[in-house]
Design a binder for this molecule. Structure first.
Ligand code: KMH
Ligand code: ZN
Length: 276
C-alpha cells in the first residue's frame, strides 16, 4: 500500500473566523499554517484565499501572495481551488490557473450545497478541464454526488487525459449532497478506474467516519477547517495541524506512514505530463 497523502483544506470559502478563530486568512497566516501542517504529516494543501476583509476571493494576485508565502516556508504540494465560493462566475473561479499551480480542484457537476447550489454545468466543467489540460495542471476531481464521476469520465473520454492518472476526491457530508456513510464511499471507490489515486473528505461530523473508512480502504485523507472545525464534539481544533496530527497518528497505528510532499508527487505522478 502506498504511503498516506494527507491533504489540508485549511481555509475554504465558507468557514468564518467567528466560527473558528484559528482560521488562517492572510498570506502570512496561510504560509505558517501550511508549514505546520507539513510538519504534522501533510503532503498537500488545497488552497482558497480571502481578501482584506476576510471574504472569499479568487483574485489572482491574492492567490499569488498566498502561494509565495507557502513556498517561503514549505515544499507542500499546492492545489488551488477552482470551486471558489457560491455565486462566483466561471471567469472569477478560473483565475488561479494562470499561476500554473501543480494541481487544481475540479467539480464535474452541479450539486446542492446547504441551502445553495454549487453550479457546474457541462460548458463550465469542459472549459475548466480543457484549460487545465492545456496548461498541464493536474485536476483533482472533487466529487460530491455519484453522477459527477460519470461526468468526469466522459470529459476524459471526450477530451483525452490531463495527466498519467486520474485523481479523485470524494467529498461526503455536504448538506444536500451525498452523506459520509461508509457504504457511500465504498460505492464510489468501487467505480474508480484502475490506476487512479483517490482521497476522501468528510464534512462536519462526517470527518472521522470518512477518514477512517478511507484508511481502511487504502485511500488518502483530506481534512481541515474548510471541511470541519472540530477536534471533538463541541471542542474546536486549535489549528489545522492538530487535525493532521490525529489522522497521521492513527494511520501509523495501522503501519501506514505519511507521504512527504515529494513522495506524494511520485505517487500522484505529478510533473510527468507535458501541457498540450
Ligand atoms: N466552496 C465550495 C462552493 C473547490 O474548492 O473546488 C466549493 C469548493 C470546491 O470549495
Ligand atoms: Zn475547496
Amino acid at each position: 500500500m502506498d504511503k498516506l497523502i494527507i491533504t489540508v483544506a485549511g481555509v475554504g470559502a465558507e468557514t468564518t473566523k467567528e466560527a473558528q478563530p484559528a482560521l488562517p486568512v492572510t498570506a502570512a497566516e496561510i504560509g505558517a499554517d501550511a508549514a505546520r501542517c507539513r510538519e504534522a504529516g501533510a503532503g498537500m494543501y488545497h488552497l482558497h484565499v480571502r481578501d482584506a476583509a476576510g471574504s472569499p476571493t479568487q483574485a489572482r494576485e491574492v492567490f499569488a501572495a498566498a502561494i509565495a508565502a507557502i513556498r517561503e516556508r514549505t515544499d507542500i504540494i499546492i492545489q488551488t481551488s477552482t470551486g471558489g465560493a457560491m455565486g462566483m462566475s466561471a471567469d472569477e473561479r478560473l483565475q488561479p490557473l494562470e499561476l500554473d499551480p501543480e494541481m487544481a480542484s475540479l467539480t464535474t457537476g452541479t450539486a446542492n450545497f446547504g441551502d445553495d447550489v454549487f453550479f457546474n454545468d457541462t460548458a463550465l466543467m469542459t472549459e475548466f478541464y480543457t484549460r487545465m489540460q492545456k496548461k498541464g495542471v493536474r485536476p483533482e476531481f472533487e466529487i460530491f454526488e455519484a453522477g459527477q464521476m460519470d461526468n468526469a469520465l466522459k470529459l476524459v473520454k471526450q477530451h483525452g487525459p490531463a495527466g498519467p492518472l486520474l485523481h479523485w476526491d470524494f467529498v461526503l457530508g455536504v448538506p444536500g449532497s451525498m452523506s459520509g456513510e461508509p457504504r457511500n464511499l465504498v460505492f464510489l471507490v468501487d467505480r474508480v478506474p484502475p490506476g487512479s489515486t483517490w482521497t476522501a473528505t468528510g464534512i462536519g461530523r462526517w470527518h472521522m467516519p470518512v477518514a477512517m473508512t478511507a484508511l481502511a480502504l487504502g485511500g488518502n485523507v483530506r481534512l481541515g477547517f474548510e471541511d470541519n472545525i472540530f477536534l471533538h464534539k463541541g471542542v474546536k481544533a486549535k489549528e489545522n495541524a492538530e487535525l493532521v496530527g490525529r489522522v497521521a497518528r492513527l494511520a501509523r497505528e495501522w503501519d501506514r506512514e505519511c507521504a512527504t510532499p515529494d513522495e506524494a508527487r511520485r505517487i500522484l505522478k505529478l510533473g510527468q505530463y507535458a501541457a498540450s
